[in-house]
Design a protein around this ligand. Structure first.
Ligand code: NI
Length: 430
């Protein structure tokens, strides 16, 4: 089939230019499921913490494609790797489509309705008519092969690692893109150099031992982005608020008293998400949810209306770090809130967050010129210092306590007493 065309370019804040020379890839980019990603923010509620974090999953998907293109080109030029035309296209299509199943405020949405974007990605790739007409132009197995690569079930382990491992093209793009848009400079690393130290070795991807500092820089960037951006307590507070809005809306829907119900949400509210059609699911984006929040500010249910106003006007829950979440502590705080008549189900939350550090399972392998290979965790004392870290926080509507004057102050003092670092003056009130 004739799929070549005049080269197209996109201007891009991370890569400068993104190059598309394959008509098939161009048609994928212009398909409806891909264009929908323009209306889903890559970082969910992070824009409420970092105002620049407005970039979309569309730009990240294009960037992942471009990073994949650059890695493949480097493997071919410098390491004689010959994946063949079909596998190369498969790799590029996987990179472009890997996030196609994400919904609005993705991880929060998944937590609420217990269904995962990987499930929707596979369904969209296998069921969407427009995409499948494009895949069929290549061959019958192309759609299933995309899903197999994403699930690491294909016969091409190198492709699995390129799209999902500690050093994959998805992560490389999102770290740089998120660092760029949030302004978190220490999330940056040198992409070109990182790609240059990677090489295929049989069934796996390894890095040159001389590139160890490049890998260190990349892993540090990842560490900083997790601690400073992805798990930022203000963002987690906004996620909790959205979770509570969706739970309350679902409750109202099930009681038959929700006035505004977006069509795309009915399956989720009825607890039968998997019966939602692909056509319905593709209507779910940030616009759908933000409009629902706007409508729900006028619902007769006071809690739903109040929570919806909070997210739209950025009246987020406050948080304090606590040493650990014990049943006793939880009960004591819940009792104190309930004595003031505050609904603890919707205005209080205990949350644990964890950073992975550097995981050794499927680690990054460094090889020298004699092909002596070792995990970077053994070679770099800097990387060994990146340990998993867990944090506990209590989120609550501080303004509701303030409404209760002296009694509210008593609860505030109780919270202060429980805050981590209370004695050493490390307490962090936000
Ligand atoms: Ni991604």
């Amino acid at each position: 089939m004739a799929t070549f065309m005049e080269e197209k370019v996109f201007k891009d804040p991370v890569h400068g230019y993104i190059y598309v020379k394959d008509g098939f890839i161009w048609d994928l980019i212009n398909s409806k499921p891909m264009q929908r990603l323009r209306y889903i923010k890559q970082l969910g509620t992070s824009y409420l913490t970092f105002h620049g974090a407005e970039h979309s999953r569309f730009s990240h998907s294009l960037g992942t494609y471009e990073t994949m293109r650059q890695v493949l080109s480097h493997f071919k030029r410098n390491h004689g790797w010959e994946p063949g035309e079909r596998n190369e296209r498969l790799a590029l299509a996987v990179a472009l489509l890997h996030d196609i199943g994400h919904g609005p405020f993705s991880h929060t949405f998944e937590r609420c309705f217990d269904c995962h974007h990987e499930y929707w990605t596979a369904r969209i790739v296998l069921e969407d008519e427009e995409l499948n007409a494009l895949f069929q132009r290549l061959d019958d197995r192309f759609a299933t092969d995309i899903v197999k690569v994403l699930r690491k079930e294909s016969v091409y382990p190198i492709l699995h690692q390129l799209i999902s491992s500690q050093i994959d093209v998805d992560r490389m793009d999102y770290l740089l893109r998120d660092a760029e848009s949030t302004g978190v400079i220490y999330g940056r690393f040198e992409l070109e150099r990182l790609i240059r130290v990677m090489r295929p070795a049989g069934d796996r991807i390894v890095v040159k031992k001389s590139g160890i500092h490049t890998i260190e820089q990349y892993l540090l960037a990842r560490y900083f982005m997790y601690t400073q951006v992805y798990l930022h307590h203000v963002t987690i507070g906004a996620d909790i608020l959205i979770e509570k809005i969706l739970r309350r809306a679902k409750e109202c829907y099930q009681d038959g008293r929700l006035r505004y119900v977006p069509d795309a949400l009915t399956g989720f509210f009825e607890g039968r998400a998997s019966l939602t059609s692909i056509e319905q699911y593709l209507k779910l984006d940030d616009v759908t949810l933000l409009y629902a929040f706007r409508q729900w500010t006028e619902e007769p249910d006071m809690i739903l209306s109040d929570l919806s106003q909070r997210i739209l006007h950025r009246k987020l829950f406050k948080s304090i770090p606590i040493l650990e979440i014990t049943d006793n502590l939880k009960q004591e705080i819940m009792d104190a809130f309930q004595r003031l008549g505050i609904n603890t189900e919707y205005y209080l939350e205990f949350r644990q967050t964890s950073t992975a550090g550097y995981a050794y399972r499927e680690g990054i392998i460094c090889c020298d010129e004699f092909n002596q290979c070792e995990d970077i965790g053994r070679l770099s004392s800097l990387i060994r210092t990146l340990q998993p870290n867990t944090e506990f926080r209590l989120y609550y509507a501080k303004d509701l306590l303030e409404l209760h004057g002296r009694n509210g102050n008593i609860v505030e003092r109780l919270l202060q007493k429980m805050a981590k670092g209370n004695d050493s003056n490390e307490r962090n009130w936000n």
